[in-house]
Write a protein that binds this ligand. Structure first.
Ligand SMILES: NC(=O)c1ccc[n+]([C@@H]2O[C@H](COP(=O)([O-])OP(=O)(O)OC[C@H]3O[C@@H](n4cnc5c(N)ncnc54)[C@H](O)[C@@H]3O)[C@@H](O)[C@H]2O)c1
Length: 349
């Protein structure tokens, strides 16, 4: 299956399905006909996976970065830029990112700034990567003061989402991806009941289509794209608090699942939706096996404080919320209301 991301200035395809990684050589021929070299950016663990056979038909080098989030910093950026310069990579050559969201974000950012921008192809290997991170052109790295504080918009020239690569994913990584899939399902106002008729590949495809359509309509997040942050105000705050304790405590999608259950309760409190919408959210999260407990160590005050500092919060408490007229960003929500809903939410679970 090919899903088009139709941007204002150009269009690229997301190839979805078993064996999609084998489309790399063809994609390069069509989208980067002048390329002589490709740099495959990945990690050692991934390089040793049984599915790692990436053939570009070009002069191919592999550049290894640390595993997961620990690769996503400016030190890795500098190391990679130097590697590319030493190998005399030109404007026509291409970076191929093979990995989860951490690697596609990092490699995408390097592609955005090396020689003021070279082509990048994403081959996302996690569910989060396939349904979210690798699509839409947001790239970047973390600073020690916070996640994703440095970055650039840089759209890939193509994305290969190969379901074969997901076979080796741990249960936790799978669940994390399901958190983003739940978000897509709920953004489309779909019923929990219909989930049972969907295969995993149907869910992946549906989520990619939603993201591709939204990015096509609003590449730089001037409006509609903000809806993709549904559930994310609380999620980012919880991730920040968890990260201070232990890097492995909370995966992004796990945090999103909690954020979704909370956001719909806030919408109920603000009289934007009725009880049935809350019940449907709970049923969707249950059906996908997503837990949504607040960590006992997170105090409500700390959570509210962290939400006010979210990069997208513009210094007040803002949330994407469902309403009778659809999803919208609600700014300046009263912190006391947020606190009350959080207290009740904690008690409920
Ligand atoms: N740019 C965006 O729009 C966007 C969207 C969502 C998330 N993100 C970013 O993505 C990152 C999270 O990405 P992630 O959840 O994919 O995690 P990740 O990239 O940190 O990968 C998690 C772990 O899974 C391992 N792994 C990857 N693929 C595997 C496979 N097929 N089999 C076995 N193990 C595999 C990795 O080596 C790593 O240890 C965060 O940094 C987040 O900020 C970006």
């Amino acid at each position: 299956v090919r899903i088009e991301v139709a941007l204002w200035t150009r269009t690229y395809d997301v190839h979805v399905g078993a064996g999609a990684r084998n489309d790399l050589a063809t994609l390069l021929r069509v989208r980067a006909p002048q390329a002589k070299s490709v740099a495959i950016i990945t990690s050692e663990a991934l390089l040793n996976m049984p599915w790692f056979e990436i053939e570009s038909d070009l002069d191919q080098t592999v550049l290894l970065v640390p595993e997961g989030e620990s690769a996503k910093n400016l030190l890795s950026v500098e190391v990679l830029l130097n590697e590319l310069a030493e190998r005399r990579f030109s404007r026509d050559d291409v970076i191929v990112a093979v990995g989860g969201g951490a690697i596609t974000d990092l490699a995408g950012f390097v592609a955005a700034i090396y020689l003021r921008g070279i082509g990048v192809i994403h081959v996302p290997t996690t569910l989060v990567g396939q349904v979210d991170a690798a699509i839409g052109g947001k790239t970047g790295v973390n600073l020690s003061l916070g996640k994703n504080l440095v970055g650039a918009f840089h759209q890939p020239i193509g994305v290969l989402c190969d379901s074969d690569m997901l076979a080796t994913l741990s249960e936790r990584e799978r669940l994390s991806g399901l958190g983003e899939i739940a978000k897509c399902w709920l953004l489309e106002n779909r019923d929990a009941g219909a989930l049972s008729e969907m295969s995993m590949s149907d869910l992946i495809e549906l989520s990619i289509r939603l993201k591709a359509n939204i990015v096509g309509a609003d590449e730089y997040e001037g409006g509609l794209r903000a809806n993709l942050n549904y559930g994310h105000t609380l999620a980012h705050a919880l991730e920040k608090l968890a990260l201070a304790r232990d890097v492995d405590e909370l995966r992004h999608g796990e945090a999103v699942a909690i954020g979704l259950a909370f956001a719909v309760r806030l919408a109920l409190e603000l009289e934007l939706v009725d009880e049935s919408v809350v019940a449907n959210h709970d049923a969707v999260l249950d059906a996908l096996g997503l837990a949504r407990r607040l960590h006992p160590k997170d105090s409500i005050d700390e959570i509210v404080e962290a939400m006010g500092h979210d990069k997208k919060a513009h210094h007040d408490l803002s949330f994407v919320l469902p309403s009778e007229e659809g999803f919208k960003t609600v700014r300046g929500v009263d912190p006391d209301v947020v606190r009350n809903v959080l207290e009740r939410f904690r008690g409920e679970l």
